[in-house]
Design a protein around this ligand. Structure first.
Ligand SMILES: *Cc1c(COP(=O)(O)O)cnc(C)c1O
Length: 407
């Protein structure tokens, strides 16, 4: 089965009624016919549902669909991408541990990593995203390497296969945030990643109508009970130990559960992932070519000939380069004038919508970051981030053309 077929047909939307779309099970709890049955479900001896913080059929089908598409063994959905990221990390780290991450991380994630200092967990960043720079930062305390497939908005591309080898050679785990690539561009588990995270608020939903997050692991999860004491259940559950702990401890005790209605909408958007990704990647590629030939601006897009990550991106992402690009002007005024002159592109703090979105990161997402943090994340006062949508490309290019003439 190829991508879209797998997405649409591998997991049945609802075996009970035959409903074509995944139904909304809008309930807090589930009654069972006998006390014996409820006990069996609670202790995990029988499959079933007890309470929607821990599991819900609408959400369960979404988890199975994402796991199937990632060629993973299972998944756990959360209320947001940040709820998923924080749970993914807290499920494994302990006081004294270190994490190594790429410098171009999404602002929310780097803010969460700052918070981790209060729990004596330190995150070290590589300035330039190269395997050897990660290798240099590994110490006895390092537990995991955390990267984004394509940094948002630095657009640095991580070499997932190389990082997985480096991680496992050093008894570490590799965590990959694949939000901007989705399983359509890469299945990180097949490149050796241990944990894959998505903010489903973005391309997976596609319509910008719900916040959500999900974590997927595979059959080859790298477990080592000595190095990761929290995975004491590894002997019993093997590769599933991380996910079992995630649901039983992180989802159940911290409570950041997804809601059936949000997941219902996300399940519908998810159906069309292939055609949306294909179109948005093609639009981004064409728009980057157009912008590259304009005067007085510089363009960053992994698909451009002069981009240092082009070859890696082409190999890893099957000759596609993502849906995000950035433009650098020579002042904040020009960046603002440009944004204000666009007719179609919406000025908002989101990515992965069917509509093209633009934002000035320095004055918004990174308004609380200091100069060093901004430098690491590739943010300057004259930078504009563009998340390319699925509009007609001729209309998009002429909109960008007229806006550039006005700055
Ligand atoms: C948006 C985003 C997140 C956070 O997801 P939310 O659903 O907004 O909490 C994490 N990582 C990346 C790469 C993102 O773009």
């Amino acid at each position: 089965m190829r991508f879209a077929t797998e997405l649409l047909h591998k997991v049945a939307p609802d075996k009970i009624t035959g409903s074509t779309t995944v139904p909304i099970y809008q309930t807090a709890a589930y009654c069972q016919d006998t006390a014996e049955n409820l006990e069996k479900i609670f202790v995990g001896r029988k499959p079933g549902f007890v309470y929607s913080r821990i599991g819900n059929p609408t959400i369960s089908i979404f988890e199975q669909r994402v796991a199937a598409l990632e060629h993973g063994a299972g998944a756990v959905a959360f209320s947001s991408g940040m709820a998923a990221i924080s749970a993914a990390i807290l499920n494994i780290v302990e006081s004294g541990d270190e994490i190594i991450a790429n410098g171009g991380l999404f602002g929310g994630t780097s803010e969460f990593f700052k918070e981790l200092k209060n729990f004596n967990v330190n995150v070290k960043y590589v300035a330039e995203n190269r395997i050897k720079n990660f290798a240099k930062l590994i110490t006895d305390k390092t537990k995991l390497i955390y990267v984004e497939t394509i940094g948002n908005p630095k657009l640095d591309v991580s070499d997932i296969e190389g990082l997985a080898k480096l991680a496992h050679k050093n008894n570490l785990l590799l965590f990959v945030d694949s939000t901007v690539t989705t399983p359509y561009l890469i299945r990180p588990l097949e490149f050796g990643a241990d944990v894959v995270i998505h903010s489903t608020s973005k391309m997976i939903n596609g319509g910008g109508n719900s916040i959500g997050g999900i974590i997927v692991t595979g059959n080859k999860f790298f477990g080592n009970t000595e190095k990761f004491p929290k995975l004491e259940n590894f002997k019993k559950f093997g590769a599933m130990s991380y996910l079992v702990r995630l649901r039983a401890n992180m989802l159940t005790n911290f409570g950041g559960c997804a809601t059936p209605f949000n997941v219902f909408l996300t399940n519908i958007g998810f159906d069309t992932l292939e055609v949306r990704m294909e179109r948005a990647c093609e639009n981004a590629f064409k728009l980057s070519k157009f912008l590259y030939n304009q005067k007085n601006i510089s363009v960053n897009y992994p698909g451009l000939e002069n981009n240092p990550y082009r070859e890696l991106a082409s190999k890893q992402f099957n000759n596609r380069f993502g849906t995000m690009l950035t433009i650098n002007f020579d002042s904040k005024d020009k960046a603002f004038n440009f944004i204000n002159s666009l007719n179609f592109a919406l000025n908002e703090s989101n990515i992965g919508d069917v509509r093209t979105l633009v934002i000035h990161p320095a004055s918004t997402i990174y308004c609380h970051a200091n100069e060093i943090e901004k430098l690491n994340a590739g943010i300057s006062d004259s930078l504009v981030r563009i998340s390319v949508g699925i509009e007609n490309i001729e209309d998009l290019i002429s909109d960008f053309e007229q806006a550039l003439q006005k700055i």
